[in-house]
Design a protein around this ligand. Sequence first.
Ligand SMILES: Nc1nc2c(ncn2[C@@H]2O[C@H](COP(=O)(O)OP(=O)(O)O)[C@@H](O)[C@H]2O)c(=O)[nH]1
Ligand SMILES: [Mg+2]
Length: 272
Amino acid sequence: MPSQPTPPEHASAAPVRITPEPVALPEPWRSSALTVVVPTYDEAGNLPVLVAQLMALDLPRLRIVVVDDNSPDGTGEIADKLAVEHPGRLSVVHRTRKDGLGRAYVEGMTRALADGADHVVQMDADLSHPVGYVPQLLGTLHSTNAGVVIGSRYVPGGSLSAAWGLRRRLLSGWANTYVKTVLSIPVQDVTAGFKIWRASALEVLDLASIESTGYAFQVEMHYRAFRRGQKIMEIPIHFEDRLVGQSKLDGAVALEAALRPLRLRRAENARR
Ligand SMILES: Nc1nc2c(ncn2[C@@H]2O[C@H](COP(=O)(O)OP(=O)(O)O)[C@@H](O)[C@H]2O)c(=O)[nH]1
Ligand SMILES: [Mg+2]
C-alpha cells in the first residue's frame, strides 16, 4: 500500500477561509453612498485587515465608521492611524468605556446617517463576515427594494465555519429558534450581525429609542423592521471563525439576549 504523504512543516490545522469574489455592480448602485459601521473592542489584529479589504472593493463612495470602546489593546489608536491613511473615508467614534455592542451600533449608525449615508452596513471587525459579500448585499437591497438585507447563515446555501464546534453550533441554533418562537419573526437568521439597511428604514426603526445594550440589539432591529412593515430579505453567507483574538460574548450579554425578546414583544404591542 502506498504510504500517506507527510504534510509539510508549515501546514496548519486551520480551515481554509472562504472569501467570495465580489460581484461587479452597475451604476448607479456602484456609486451608492454606503457606510460600513464597525464596532470594535480589542480587535487590533483584525481591523487593519478588514479596512484594507473594504477599501479594495470597487465601491468608490464606501466609507467606514469605527466605534471603539477604549480598547486596552490599542485598537482605537490603530483606527486613528487608518483614518489618516484614508482621509475622508474612515472616521472613528471613541467611547470612554466598554458599553455594549448595541449602544456602539446606535452611535455609529446615527453618525453615518448624519453624515449623509444612503445605506448602512453592519459588520463585525473580526473577519467573520467575509467582505466579498458587501456588493451582493448592496445589489440585493437595490434590486428587491428591501429595507434590510441580512447575510444569513441559516438559509439554504448558508454555512458556518468548520472551526465551530458542536457546542457553539447548538447554542447559536437554539438562540435562533428561541427568538423566532417568542417573536414570530419570519427571518431564518434572526441573530445575524452582517446586514445592510436603507437609511429610510433606519429612520422608521428610530435608533434613538433602541433599548438593547448588547447583542440583543440585532434581534431588536429585526423585530422592529418586521413589526413596522419593512421588507426583509436574506442572502446566504459563509460565516467564518474570527481571524485572531477572542469573542466578547459573556454571561451578562447572553442573559440580556435571553430576556430581551419578551420585553420587546410587550413594548411593540404597547405601541398599537
Ligand atoms: N465597541 C464595542 N464593540 C464590541 C463590544 N462587544 C463586542 N464588540 C465588537 O462586536 C463585534 C462582535 O463581537 P464578537 O466578540 O466577535 O462576538 P461573537 O462573534 O459573537 O463571538 C466585534 O467586532 C467586537 O469587537 C462592545 O462592548 N463595544
Ligand atoms: Mg465574532
